[in-house]
Design a protein around this ligand. Structure first.
Ligand SMILES: Nc1nc2c(ncn2[C@@H]2O[C@H](COP(=O)(O)OP(=O)(O)OP(=O)(O)O)[C@@H](O)[C@H]2O)c(=O)[nH]1
Ligand SMILES: [Mg+2]
Ligand SMILES: [Zn+2]
Length: 360
């Protein structure tokens, strides 16, 4: 039985503050919002969102004007809901950060996977090992969304060389915390919890079968999420976890679980410099400020490669990424130009019709 004093103290801890509702979001609320309820989207239910309010949860309809790509609220968003018995999302508060990726298609487009995340936990199973090049891209995409990455290596019991994998991950992620953790053995859970302090939100990403949901269950202390082996032969059943879902942790803080993602495809170059911080630092000493590190005289980056202080594969990876982003920007530019042309064409058509009508 908790004491009366204990109950009082507990009552004063705000659910939404534990879930990250802070001054940044409070500043977005105005007098016009009186009568609306603020809450956080915890699950996506197609045309509706499951929203956690200060008291209770409810399904809230997303109006069609907010359903288009770009404007749609996602798990992790703070929303204002109104409308009594059939609540609707009235407004989505501006995001502080997001986990986003580029969706494949004719043109490139940003897809927001989760909103308002402080830390993105990149999970890799040590049975499969770390792919440094894939990790670099993933980290660049995370930085682009304004969140901090952390690398979580799971299945230490299956590792042939855990220390080696740890070193490899650290080398492709300077300044990024790398930890060993297992939802099965409980190893590393405290370090993981420390990243998910009250008010902070983490999101798991990483390939299917890496052990993300197993970690979520271990953090929650109960088997809330289904887990299981992935049958390689069964292409359609590859992901055990389908939708994204935000869970509140007992100590405050929150964590979002979701389907497996092998690599977060970059949608712009915003995070590359942060993912290659070590190269950026070296580049500050290059003779030319616009040095491309491709053979220019006085290049501190190539000097570091020569001296064995920078992995040439890592530099090659940066070059490749830079080229890809340039190509993507050209593609985006092309798509934007085509859309603009189309817009003018229809305006001209309208004008001609208007003139014809008047001429009659
Ligand atoms: N040996 C070992 N197996 C683990 C460990 N952690 C998870 N597993 C197993 O790995 C399998 C996949 O785990 P999940 O947690 O379902 O993987 P997931 O990353 O959530 O996969 P998706 O939901 O498909 O993205 C399960 O059978 C887990 O029991 C671990 O530390 N050691
Ligand atoms: Mg899962
Ligand atoms: Zn250089």
């Amino acid at each position: 039985m908790p004491s009366a004093r204990g109950r009082l103290i507990r009552a004063r801890v705000s659910v939404l503050e534990n879930l990250g509702l802070d001054a940044f979001f409070a500043a977005q609320l105005g007098p016009d919002d009186a009568g609306l309820r603020v809450g956080r989207a915890v699950a996506d239910r197609g045309p509706r969102l499951l929203v956690r309010f200060e008291v209770g949860e409810a399904l809230v309809t997303i109006p069609s004007r907010l359903r288009g790509a770009g404007a749609a609220p996602v798990v992790g968003d703070f929303v204002l809901a109104g409308g009594g018995d059939e609540p609707k999302v009235v407004r989505v508060l501006a995001r502080r950060s997001a986990l986003a990726r580029n969706v494949a298609g004719r043109t490139t487009a940003e897809q927001v996977l989760a909103a308002n995340v402080d830390v993105v936990l990149v999970v890799n199973g040590l049975d499969a090992g770390v792919n440094p090049r894939r990790l670099e891209r993933t980290l660049a995409a995370i930085h682009a969304g304004g969140a901090s990455p952390a690398i979580v290596l799971t299945k230490p019991d299956l590792a042939e060389d855990a220390a080696g994998a740890l070193g490899e991950a650290a080398a492709s992620a300077p300044g990024v915390p790398v930890l060993l953790a297992s939802g099965r053995t409980g190893e590393g859970l405290d370090a993981l919890r420390a990243l998910l302090a009250p008010g902070r939100t983490g999101v798991f990403t990483g390939p299917s079968g890496a052990g993300k949901s197993t970690l979520v269950n271990a953090l929650l202390g109960e088997a809330v999420q289904a887990t299981g082996e992935v049958r390689e032969a069964d292409r359609r059943g590859r992901h055990v976890t389908a939708g994204r879902r935000l869970f509140s942790l007992a100590g405050g803080g929150a964590v979002i679980d979701g389907p497996g993602i092998r690599e977060l495809r970059l949608w712009d170059g915003a995070g590359v410099a942060e993912a290659f911080q070590d190269v950026a630092e070296l580049a500050a000493s290059c003779r030319f400020s616009d040095c491309a590190h491709e053979g220019e005289p006085g290049c501190a980056v190539l000097e570091a490669v020569e001296a064995g202080r920078l992995d040439p594969d890592r530099l090659e990876s940066l070059h490749k990424l830079t080229r890809e982003i340039r190509a993507q920007e050209r593609k985006q530019g092309g798509a934007a130009a085509r859309a603009e042309k189309q817009r003018w064409r229809s305006i001209h058509k309208e004008l001609r019709r208007f003139q014809k009508d008047r001429g009659r």
